[in-house]
Design a protein around this ligand. Sequence first.
Ligand SMILES: *[C@@H]1O[C@H](CO)[C@@H](O)[C@H](O)[C@H]1NC(C)=O
Ligand SMILES: *[C@@H]1O[C@H](CO)[C@@H](O)[C@H](O)[C@H]1NC(C)=O
Ligand SMILES: *[C@@H]1O[C@H](CO)[C@@H](O)[C@H](O)[C@H]1NC(C)=O
Ligand SMILES: *[C@@H]1O[C@H](CO)[C@@H](O)[C@H](O)[C@H]1NC(C)=O
Length: 391
Amino acid sequence: MASFWHDVSLIVLVLLLIGVSNSKASHSQLDVNHKKPIQTFRPYNIAHRGSNGELPEETAAAYLRAIEEGADFIETDILASKDGHLICFHDVTLDATTNVANHTEFADRKRTYEVQGENVTGWFIVDFTLKELKSLRVKQRLSFRDQRYNGKYQIITFEEYILIALYADRIVGIYPEIKNPIFINQHVKWSGGKNFEDKFVEMLLKYGYKGEYMSENWLKQPLFIQSFAPTSLIYISNMTNSPKLFLIDDTTIPTQDTNQSYYEITSNSYLTFIRNYVIGIGPWKDTIVPPNPKDNCLGQPTDLVARAHALNLQVHPYTFRNENQYLHFDFHQDPYSEYEYWLNEIGVDGLFTDFTGSLHKYQQWTTPYQKEKNPEALLREIANMLKNDGY
Ligand SMILES: *[C@@H]1O[C@H](CO)[C@@H](O)[C@H](O)[C@H]1NC(C)=O
Ligand SMILES: *[C@@H]1O[C@H](CO)[C@@H](O)[C@H](O)[C@H]1NC(C)=O
Ligand SMILES: *[C@@H]1O[C@H](CO)[C@@H](O)[C@H](O)[C@H]1NC(C)=O
Ligand SMILES: *[C@@H]1O[C@H](CO)[C@@H](O)[C@H](O)[C@H]1NC(C)=O
């Protein structure tokens, strides 16, 4: 298995290199008109950092596995290198998920910086060039997950991630996060006075990502932009009309940019305001249905989903994980029971999962793809076909 995935990642790398060196031509080769469309009739399966329950997070291998397992969207966190390249990585430090500690040439690169009001010590992404980051290898974050792939895969760029989605043999959406924008804009500078958010949107536009939710363009290249920072979402709102989603942290954590409390940003008046900029919210699931810390059983659901839906906002909670230590006891140690509860009782519109394959199987058993063609989709295909034949 290990060598199989290694080979797959090499093939992808070759495809990526062809794509990057000849990006105009590759666009027509992508031919989205003949790909299986993204499903839009049931809640979205969002592959959190790829299939990171199985493979080291945010690597090409984790994204390929997620696509193979049925993800509607592959999810990623965007940060920036010292030389201004946008890269896919979750933490601002490299310590937890790479082998940076074993690279003696970087021993003197350790720093302490303030990140969201806390002093953090480690090897910071913003102190490494892309070339240096590419010399590292990614490892599994959690000790109880499969360690066999540690040291095999590189960190990938935002551009490589986009190409992985575009080269999939069916339409697969992307779901990138503008991660730690305050910190990134403090530490990384771009020419022409551009900031992190400008570079982020530029990359999406370069690859043709545009259009409102469910528009023809969106269906060809589905995208949700996510951020915990409302200022970034508002800032980019007149640069791109792609759908945006406002992430909401735990009840104890204020927003990193506007220092607003959980209670303030989940109030009806704030949701009514932010609805001008976003089509949905992404809360941590334990704030929607708070568990009892004493017995690990679910308490009463809050009214957040109902209030968001009343304002026509989608709700995509995070993060669903199969392992026992993450499953509340109500679910009988069965991740399918948890999906059943969130999909049928709470009624959410998408789920961030570490195990895309499990969610996909559950959804295929309970709400399979329609066998009949949807008439509108068929007419769209016919229209595209006629257009391509020069009529
Ligand atoms: C990396 O360093 C750690 C200690 O910092 C050590 O335990 C580990 O064996 C090293 N790994 C490799 C591949 O050298
Ligand atoms: C971080 O460390 C610096 C230098 O020691 C100190 O001045 C600052 O108050 C610390 N910040 C926090 C949030 O602890
Ligand atoms: C976005 O709007 C702001 C103020 O509303 C304006 O200053 C800025 O130039 C606009 N940007 C674009 C790309 O239209
Ligand atoms: C954020 O808000 C809290 C509560 O109002 C306040 O105590 C804290 O000083 C604020 N932090 C900053 C950095 O403004």
